[in-house]
Write a protein that binds this ligand. Structure first.
Ligand SMILES: Cc1cc2nc3c(=O)[nH]c(=O)nc-3n(C[C@H](O)[C@H](O)[C@H](O)COP(=O)(O)OP(=O)(O)OC[C@H]3O[C@@H](n4cnc5c(N)ncnc54)[C@H](O)[C@@H]3O)c2cc1C
Length: 366
């Protein structure tokens, strides 16, 4: 087993585990300050925020995978997976061990394809998006299970690309986006109605469809409320799952039953002042968002700088509110940002719908 100390001064080495939205932000921000290693099994950053556009548009597929090779100037991106993380040592799948003075856990969450992908090879990920697009092209009717932000956005993307396809959303909750305002719900429902999307709320399927998700294979499924729904293809639009199975030794105790990692208000892992957790994997009672992962990255960057400089009062996290912006295709959607105005379809399109922040993350990684 090889032991690598990437820094001349071990306590100055920061190991960031996971190169998603939070991980790339903290790694980039600390790169000029200290020795940074970023561990990430994927060949390229997956820009999940735009993945539903790439589900319906071939030209978007290459845009949602952005190589890591220009992220860091001094530090290194190691293409590997952390399999055991203890307070100052990380064991990788390859067998390599990294010692670090500070560790930032930024392993985020899994989500069913096509919202996220677990493919680590970019070409394999491209192929999966091309395949689901081909299957969607063949389908006249599509069933989306889950009417959260992902289901709503995917319905909008499908209708923007193929207006004649029939799209049905099923969700056990009686209303969409319960954490948001009635005004936002009404606006999204209005636009979905105009697009001809059908919502079946307050019930669930009695059993999962008998076919594989994302494959053209006509089926009929019954809801618990007694309705029969026929479709050519279905996709799962629920099931976020924090990724933290690698916690080992004394860090294991910080893993909560739901997989999140218990953090303090300074985003340190409870009981471990040199280990931080950010983004979807951190046990913060707030919406799981890339924007919030970016805010956590700012706090942790500041705190590691303070600790590197010898200590002091650390920055603390506060609830970011329930802001959301749900595009419904490039031209539609709605949103609300805490403390700012309500966003209708024109603003939603300008703020996000047109480029889905591809430019912003392309810049961060270049
Ligand atoms: C379709 C969709 C649209 C969205 N739109 C928005 C939006 O518009 N705005 C917004 O703010 N949020 C949005 N979100 C939510 C956002 O994508 C997540 O909140 C965000 O991905 C969380 O970032 P993260 O850095 O915590 O983790 P992730 O982005 O999940 O990244 C974690 C990384 O860690 C890596 N990793 C996992 N395990 C290991 C390991 N053992 N070792 C090393 N690396 C590992 C993974 O490969 C991955 O690259 C959207 C999500 C989806 C699915």
């Amino acid at each position: 087993m090889r032991v690598t100390n990437y820094g001349g001064f071990m306590r100055a080495t920061v190991a960031v585990i996971g190169g998603g939205y939070g991980g790339i932000a903290v790694a980039k921000a600390l790169d000029e300050v200290t020795d940074v290693v970023l561990v990430e099994p994927k060949e390229a950053f997956h820009h999940a925020v735009a993945s539903l556009r790439a589900t319906v548009r071939t030209d978007w597929i290459p845009q949602i995978f952005i190589p890591y090779d220009r992220l860091l100037k001094r530090g290194r991106v190691i293409r590997d997976q952390a399999v055991a993380v203890e307070p100052s040592a990380i064991t990788l799948l390859s067998g390599e061990e990294i010692e670090a003075g500070y560790i930032v856990l930024a392993t985020g969450s899994r989500y069913p394809f096509p919202a996220k992908t677990d493919a680590t090879e970019t070409e394999i990920a491209h192929e999966r998006y091309r395949r689901v697009q081909k299957e969607l092209t063949a389908a006249d009717s599509i069933l989306l299970l889950g009417a959260g932000p992902v289901g709503l956005e995917l319905a909008g993307e499908i209708k923007a690309e193929w207006p004649a396809k029939r799209v049905t959303l099923v969700d056990p909750a009686p209303e969409i986006l319960p954490d948001n305002s009635a005004r936002l719900r009404a606006e999204l429902l209005r636009q979905l109605g105009d697009l001809g999307v059908r919502l079946v709320l307050g019930t669930r399927l009695a059993a999962e469809p008998p076919t594989e998700p994302g494959r053209f294979a006509p089926f009929t499924a019954g809801t618990e409320s007694g309705e029969e729904i026929s479709a050519d293809l279905w996709l799962r639009c629920f099931g976020v799952e924090p990724v933290s199975g690698y916690l080992a030794g004394s860090l294991s105790a910080a893993r909560l039953p739901d997989g999140q990692i218990r953090v303090t208000e300074t985003l340190q892992v409870a009981g471990h002042p040199t280990v931080f957790a950010i983004g979807d994997v951190a046990s913060l009672d707030e919406p799981k968002r890339a924007a919030n992962a970016g805010k956590h990255a700012e706090i942790v960057t500041e705190n590691i700088k303070i600790l590197l400089a010898g200590g002091g009062d650390l920055a603390t996290h506060s609830h970011p509110g329930f802001g959301i912006l749900v595009p419904l295709g490039p031209e539609g959607g709605a949103g609300e940002i805490p403390g700012q105005k309500f966003l209708g379809p024109r603003e939603a399109s300008e703020w996000k719908g047109t480029d889905l922040m591809v430019g912003r993350f392309g810049d961060l990684l270049s």
